[in-house]
Design a protein around this ligand. Structure first.
Ligand code: NAI
Length: 260
């Protein structure tokens, strides 16, 4: 392959992408970067108004996007939205399973069971259902890419986050399993494990507490920004990223690498 051909593979221009949880944080940054690079983006979120704002912003900047309200835990709605997005845009090449919630609760907290059910439904079952709804379309793509957003909580654990940690470890397992199952179809499935990132999810943590944690735990001595994670997500969505699959990749400022 000559250099010119190699360069064309480093573009998502004209590719059709669906991003979940795209109204805020890493999902929003990913939707915006994909669109800025020429992809057509289905901006989906539980928060329909937020998704609409992101899609409008993309369109204002000359990009191509449309918003859908979507709770990834609602299977019927998942089927409808994926079918509508693929129908309207003419297929689907890229799925970014980013929607997520967190809930810190002790294992013996009386509210634990309800919280567990929702964490598993949104994070793990949601990722499974969106990917399954997208599969017929991905099979028709020339460079199908699935990127799942797990967490460093899939690789290590923080006390009080067992439901989240179990759901995210499930996402990493699902990623490997689907990578193996879809490999012969040319569909890649990879997983990003973000560390501490400045998004809506961490907005309630005081700046001072964030700074102390980041200095103590990360190599970079700081929280990451959603755009820094979006860059890696989008890299995995490139047609060029054709021989990486089943990978579980920390994007954590060195948190998992650091011992002391
Ligand atoms: P965020 O709170 O800024 O964005 C999450 C988005 O997901 C929101 O727009 C929210 O409305 C949407 N969402 C929530 N439940 C949903 C559902 N049932 N269906 C569809 N959309 C839903 O948070 P952030 O940090 O950008 O989260 C993105 C992903 O990154 C999540 O999966 C989260 O677990 C993960 N993550 C975040 C880390 C962080 O430090 N912020 C660290 C590791 C992982």
């Amino acid at each position: 392959m000559d250099t010119q051909e190699m360069m064309t593979l480093r573009s998502v221009s004209g590719r059709i992408a669906l991003v979940t949880g795209a109204a805020s944080g890493m999902g929003r940054a990913t939707a915006k970067l994909l669109a800025a690079m020429g992809a057509k983006v289905a901006v989906t979120d539980f928060n329909g108004l937020g998704a609409e704002e992101v899609a409008q912003d993309i369109v204002r900047r000359g990009g191509f996007a449309k918003a859908w309200e979507l709770d990834v835990a609602d299977q019927e709605r998942v089927m409808t939205v994926v079918a509508e997005a693929a129908g309207e845009f003419g297929g689907l090449d890229i799925v970014v399973n980013n929607a997520g919630i967190s809930n810190a609760l002790a294992f013996d907290d009386p509210r634990y069971e309800v919280a567990w059910q929702r964490l598993i439904a949104v994070i793990l079952t949601g990722t499974q259902q969106v990917t399954r709804a997208a599969l017929p379309h991905l099979k028709r793509s020339s460079a199908a890419r699935v990127v799942n957003i797990a967490s460093t909580e899939a690789l290590g654990a923080t006390a009080g986050h067992s439901g989240y940690s179990a759901a995210k470890a499930g996402v990493a397992g699902l990623t490997r399993s689907l990578a193996v199952e879809f490999g012969r179809l040319g569909i890649t499935v990879n997983c990003i494990c973000p560390g501490p990132i400045n998004t809506g999810m961490t907005a309630a943590i005081p700046d001072e507490a964030k700074a102390i944690f980041a200095k103590r735990r990360t190599a970079m001595n700081r929280y990451g920004e959603p755009e820094e994670v979006a860059q890696i997500i989008v890299s995995l969505c490139l047609p060029a990223a054709s021989y990486i699959t089943g990978a579980v990749i920390p994007v954590d400022g060195g948190l998992m690498a650091r011992n002391a």
